[in-house]
Design a protein around this ligand. Sequence first.
Ligand SMILES: Nc1ncnc2c1ncn2[C@@H]1O[C@H](COP(=O)(O)OP(=O)(O)OP(=O)(O)O)[C@@H](O)[C@H]1O
Length: 981
Amino acid sequence: MTSRPKTTRTSTRTKTTTQAAEPPAPGRTTRGVSRTAISVPVPAPAKKTASRKPLVNRANSPGTKPSSGNVASKSAAVMKAASSIELPPDKDREPIKAYLRIRPCVDDSESGYEPYLEPLTDTSVRMTDPSSSTTHSRMTLNPSSIYTFSHVFPPDTTQSDFFSKTTLPLVRDVLEGRNALLFAYGVTNSGKTYTIQGGSEAGSAGIIPRTLDVIFNSIEGLHGDAKYRPVRLQGIELAVESDEPTTIRLPTKNGSPALADVLEDDLPSSSTSDTDTDPTVLKLDRNYEYTIWLSYAEVYNEKVYDLLGALESGASNTAHTSSGIPRPTSNFLNMPLPSSKAPPLLLTRKALTVKPCPVRDADGDAASAGKYVAGLRQVQVKSAAEAKELLRVGQLHRRVFGTLANSQSSRSHALVTIKVLRVHRGERNDPTCIQTARLTLVDLAGSERTKHTHTSGERLREAGNINKSLMVLGQCMETIRTNQRAIARSLQQGVKPGTQLDTRDVKRGLALVPFRHSKLTEILMDYFVGDGRAVMIVNVNPYDTGFDENVHVMKFAALAREVCTNPAATVPRVPPSPTKPQANGTRPPSASHRRKVTISLGGRGKKESEAHLEVLEAEDEELDDGEETSVEDDEPINPLVNALFDEVEELRMQLYDAHVRCAFIESETREEVMAEMDERMRSMEDMFTRRLMRVMESNEEKMDAKLDMIQRSRVLNRAAVPRSEGGYSDSVADSVESDAIGQLKMSDVGEGDAESSTAGQDADYESNDSDAYVHSTSDARSRTPSPLAGKGGKLVPKRQSTLRPSTKSSTKIGSDHGMDVDETEIDDIETASPEDNDDESEEDAISDEPTQSESESESVESIEDWTESEASESPVGAKGKGKAQATSNPVVVPSKPLAVAQAKRAQAPTQQGRKSTRKASKAIAELEQELDELSLGDDDVDPDDSTVIVPNKKVREDAVGPGLVYVPGKGEVDPGKKKKR
Ligand SMILES: Nc1ncnc2c1ncn2[C@@H]1O[C@H](COP(=O)(O)OP(=O)(O)OP(=O)(O)O)[C@@H](O)[C@H]1O
């Protein structure tokens, strides 16, 4: 053999294998041959490149290759993990690369938002919580955080640039025989699909079409024959012996499959993809031949479906096309009928199972064997255009079987796997020399939360499964990282010079990576435990409202960057598998899930209509294909442990759901409380505004009333001047005015006021209290009701309770109720009450008159005269009286001291005739009692008090007079209290 597989850049470690230009080691091949009974001559496969590194220090055990077998396979995991620690001498290990791509603002509705992501350098960005500036608290983490990436791509990055820097190295890897994984992670609408598949404009082709372009550009003239076809992850088998078609009939304009007809408008136009090609050519070793194979799978609701697989139609009005896609008979889909008349087209597809690879596929290394999707169709493509057309069919199926209700959002994880079978020209007939490398490009479903999408029912289940698979992916990465660190620690601490580390001890300390908890991680596990480079693309839309979600995305990226893979190792060459009958497609499904799908048609000049499909998603049965078991099957499985593990996982999911729900409820509750508080504040504001208005109004009224009162008091004063002939009248007028002003100031009558008005009359009263005297004086002047009386309020003369003058000489005036004391009657009254002596003496003292009887009679007369003259002269009195009669007849009951004061005041200036007798006094006393009963009628009221109840506001306003205390009615505001406030 003149040429051997070229060593890779890990040549220092692969010397042992490349030295083996001599006959290959028989171990694996023998087993493979014996098992597969392949008749073709099977040369020994080239030894696997040094992808497996011993756990022990190289110095201690140079070139020691672990023996195959159970022990080897058990320790392989540890060895594999050990080889992924970040030890300085091992330059072949590298952490997963994480590239951040910031989506530009493409929607006008987003232009109002300030982006919360700011690129700082080529590798770092700052994320600032947009809500941190507001008072509304949110459950966010730090308001501003800096995240680092392998590279940060700003919004104006072109698709071509992005591809060159992120994916081109992976394309080179796969063409050189190394595995690679690229996955796009991000929230909904962040640009994952745009990045992976591309847009519709020229130059916007995404990673997948560009990858296909570069591959086919580079292998131009190096196409091999498709004698062998890839199976499982990295196995091969003779293509001729397989009944699987190696090609698929592509949809064409004429005679295309029904679904392509239906959803033609939704597929990327082939013309665009034909012109929008990437011209990059990679320089390859031209001694090799290549064949390219494509598979397209999706993980939807924790089930794996083949997007290139055949569909079965259960509807009677459909016929099968050669590609397996049902074609409608008659004009069912081409001329859409009204939805009520159109029978649904039943499409059936099967969910595929994920199985562990046989260990021989992994060169006897069970730990890195990984899992494969059993029954996933792998189609050979001969040109980039053909590959792109095939992917269009896959997208069409994804579109139909995906979430049509939310068609703008990818609700499934889409995995495109490009397999490159490479063989040296000189060994093209040797299947063991065929190298199978694969590049998997994953467009993950959006990592949105139910909170923001308001999902329910089926959507909620989808979201739950999406979140579950992404969460498990994160858990796997975390566990791998922890294990790698543990191994690194063990290596650094536990190995003494000259000794070997017991790998079992290390393995015992490692945690089980929960790949099996999600279909996505099961399919991808090989990339994490096996060889190959992994790249993570983080898509972020800094204009949306999902700041919290993007924080999680960033944390995920940070975690991924701490997980190491072994990108340098090339894949092993594995012997071909025995061909076996393929799974029978007509086998009844073990479990199925039916759902109805309505597809809206129209656009681009087509008539708007709907097509109805019924989709039956059946789960394929577990196939016992007799393959060797792998990683997990090698290990004794304790069903109890498994059950417990599953339960723990289920509980974890429940806990996660509960957390999400709690966060949702909490945010809702906060919003409700905020709204309620807002409402309350508004109502309080209204209430206080109304109250303020009321107070202002009442103050205004009061002010008006007081001004009116001053005016009336002046009128009264003017009226009193001619009658009083100076002296006392002057002082009374002054007093009235000053009293009114005093009331304006909302205070009691001042001392000076009292002194000025009735100086020298203290002796008339039993009380020596000057204050009492002051009030009594004021009472004496209050011949008209106070204007302050509110509706239903009372007007009470001031200071009645403190005054206890003798009632014997007091007179009541009740003109409005026929209580006027008839002059003649008074004249005839004779009293002989012993109590009257005191009064007489008092009155004597006041009036300084020679005789008691004269003094008393004069006093009574003067009262009557004064009352009459007041009633006739004073406009207030006349008016008040008339009004009171016209309305509700208010009862004006002056108190006894008032009457006395009035009498004495009248007596002082005039000194008119006296005819008082004991009889008159007695009559007056009786009248007084009678009036008390009439006017008050309230036992609680001091009999000395006189009350005026004025229900009519106008009357009250008119009944202006000083010396009355305003007692507010029910519901009215007390001006005195208000004053205090
Ligand atoms: N770099 C970009 N330049 C221009 N437009 C972009 C870019 N990235 C995304 N877009 C546009 O943003 C919109 C959303 O992008 P896309 O559909 O790729 O998001 P997604 O993350 O895949 O969402 P989902 O998870 O819901 O599928 C699309 O209209 C797309 O054309």
